[in-house]
Write a protein that binds this ligand. Structure first.
Ligand SMILES: Nc1ncnc2c1ncn2[C@@H]1O[C@H](COP(=O)(O)OP(=O)(O)OP(=O)(O)O)[C@@H](O)[C@H]1O
Length: 572
């Protein structure tokens, strides 16, 4: 592009004045006589207009070049990978925001509400105030402080004595949320206790429901800009937890635990299963695995397996759910697991194939690729190979920029092309490698898999984790993530009585055909002590647990407990 007058002359307006001198002369000779002044001012204005136009063009070009250098205008598939590539994530920008997450030991000001206050604030916990029901209780809208404070009150169903744990999910939530606070979380306001000594948790009210409802139950599903913004906001929430000191691992990241606030921003809530502490802390080391089927890290089989990377896995599933608009486990699809379904498509480069058909793929193909590759990396079966949440935040920031300002992207495409091509020396892992999650059976035979005891009565080549029981004699099949492939209802262990719910690991090549049933919305799996263990041949086993109310165990309320048995069958 040529801008000769500005490029080649240090005083361009002098130069132009000189060029315009014949015009001055002619004008000065013309009538009326004062036209010399007029012509001078005219020529000066002309030269200034010319100068300012040239300067503006220059400034715009400099801004575009600067932006493209800063990565705002990444341009093609290569750049998509290099932005998301975990190798590059080790570059200096890593943990640049660490100082935002300083050690926080001082508890926040948490209010204690009387039961009568909460009772009247929720209109006696009436059906009108009812917001929804979860695994640990019901949630009601509350009007407090003479209507000045609108909150949500969680009325929990279990106490710590009932769960036989040191803390109930409600107490755990209060304890953790009184120490972490962020605009990206559903923050704690206070708590109360009901007449049965059950905790009432008072949290910020989120008027726009859950991400689950927006994605799956809405007649107007969110578009790409909103989806990417939600993903970025959730990633920031999880990053905030992981960078807290000590770190908080949420353990139950899923769309129904993401709520939408009055500004249509996503917030992460439900800290009933969260753990605060370093992985070597006794509390973390002794807490049995828990989470929600479909989002649960397949490598998280024992307390010692837990790390922040388990949250990264669940976040990856959530990201696939956001991209595709389909449930983590959906029996209407084949395969029903969103990971098993999306992985081959991403591996084959069919990014449009995993997009929610209701909104179609985004205009920006590179943004789509970046999203898909990030999700694929988050759900890798090897926890160490998954990105940190800070890296996911960086990647989603870049995608957000792309989908929020398509004009800039188009402008930057040509300018940025040179920049991106020159960075081809940057190495990144091949996409195929990130898809190792598809090979769920590859973990069979590993040390961790051997820890899960085989249950008598099941054909060789498969391992069963029994996670509950039911009186109904029906068979269900649910492809789950990673190495756990089927959920089956049926008798596995005669000691347990009734029919049991089990997750079956399949070894490579063994296909099991079972009738399909539709699963309802995934629920969290908590921890509850039961009377006996599934078997006692050593290693880790998942224990059968029963409905706290003594009734039949519903598939939506599966509760698991993992314990280690010593050689004599005693619990360690
Ligand atoms: N702070 C809140 N503001 C508004 N609505 C809420 C709030 N918290 C929860 N809800 C509503 O109540 C429902 C139940 O929430 P809860 O967190 O108890 O269970 P869940 O996340 O749906 O399931 P699970 O307990 O298995 O994780 C949510 O789906 C949501 O619709």
């Amino acid at each position: 592009m040529a801008f000769p007058s500005l490029v080649s002359h240090s005083h361009p307006h002098h130069h132009r004045l000189f060029l315009l001198s014949p015009l001055f002369y002619l004008l000065s000779r013309s009538k009326p006589p004062h036209s010399l002044t007029l012509s001078l001012s005219l020529s000066l204005s002309l030269s200034y207009i010319h100068l300012s136009i040239s300067l503006s063009v220059y400034i715009i070009i400099i801004i575009i070049i600067l932006l493209s250098f800063m990565g705002y205008l990444s341009c093609n598939a290569e750049s998509a990978i290099s932005v998301c590539d975990p190798h590059n994530w080790d570059l200096p920008r890593k943990h640049k925001s660490n100082n935002l997450h300083k050690p926080n030991t001082k508890p926040f000001q948490i209010r204690e509400f009387s039961h009568s206050d909460l009772f009247s604030a929720t209109n006696s916990f009436s059906a009108d105030s009812f917001l929804g029901k979860g695994s640990h209780g019901s949630v009601y809208k509350a009007s407090l402080d003479d209507g000045k404070l609108i909150a949500a009150v969680k009325k929990t169903t279990t106490t710590s004595s009932e769960t036989n744990c040191t803390t109930s999910p409600a107490e755990n939530e209060i304890e953790i949320l009184s120490r972490v606070r962020s605009p990206r979380l559903v923050n704690l306001i206070g708590f109360g206790v009901d007449s049965d000594d059950r905790k009432l948790i008072v949290v910020e009210f989120m008027p726009n429901g859950s991400l689950y409802d927006l994605l799956h139950n809405s007649t107007r599903p969110p578009g790409w800009r909103r989806r990417v913004r939600f993903a970025l906001q959730i990633a920031k929430a999880v990053q905030h937890l992981h960078l807290s000191n000590p770190p908080v691992i949420h353990r139950d990241i899923k769309s129904s635990n993401v709520l939408i606030d009055d500004e249509w921003k996503a917030r992460l809530g439900d800290f009933g299963l969260a753990l605060r502490g370093h992985v070597e802390d006794v509390r973390v080391k002794c807490t049995p695995p828990a989470g929600t089927l479909g989002y649960l890290d397949p490598g998280y089989l024992a307390p010692g397996d837990l790390s922040t990377k388990s949250d990264v896995f669940s976040f990856g599933i959530l990201l696939l759910e956001i991209i595709s608009g389909r449930n983590a486990i959906d029996m209407n699809y084949s395969p029903p697991s969103v990971v098993d379904w999306a992985s081959p498509l991403i591996r084959g480069g069919d990014y449009a194939g995993i997009c929610d058909p209701r909104i179609g793929p985004p205009e920006d193909a590179a943004a789509m690729r970046q999203l898909a590759v990030l999700a694929a990396r988050c759900v890798r079966s090897t926890a160490e190979k998954r990105p940190e949440m800070s890296d996911a935040v960086d990647c989603l920031r870049a995608v957000n920029k792309r989908v929020s300002s398509p004009i800039w992207n188009n402008l930057g495409w040509r300018v940025g092309q040179r920049v991106c091509n020159s960075s081809q020396s940057i190495k990144y892992e091949p996409l195929d490698d990130s898809m190792e999650i598809c090979k769920g059976s590859s973990r069979v035979g590993s040390r961790k898999n051997r820890k899960v005891s085989s249950v008598p009565g099941v054909e060789s080549g498969k391992e069963v984790i029994v996670i509950g029981s039911s009186k109904n004699d029906r068979v269900a099949r649910s492809k789950s993530v990673g190495s756990v492939h089927e959920m089956k209802l049926g008798p596995f262990d005669s000691n347990l009585g009734g029919n049991q719910v089990g997750l079956i690991r399949r070894r490579a090549g063994l296909a099991v055909k079972m009738p399909m049933v539709r699963l309802s919305k995934s629920r969290s799996m908590g921890m509850l002590q039961s009377s006996r263990l599934v078997n006692n041949n050593g290693g880790f086993v998942v224990q059968l647990v029963r409905n706290p109310n003594g009734g039949e165990l519903e598939s939506s309320k599966l509760l698991i407990k993992l314990e280690k048995k010593g050689p004599e069958g005693e619990t360690i």
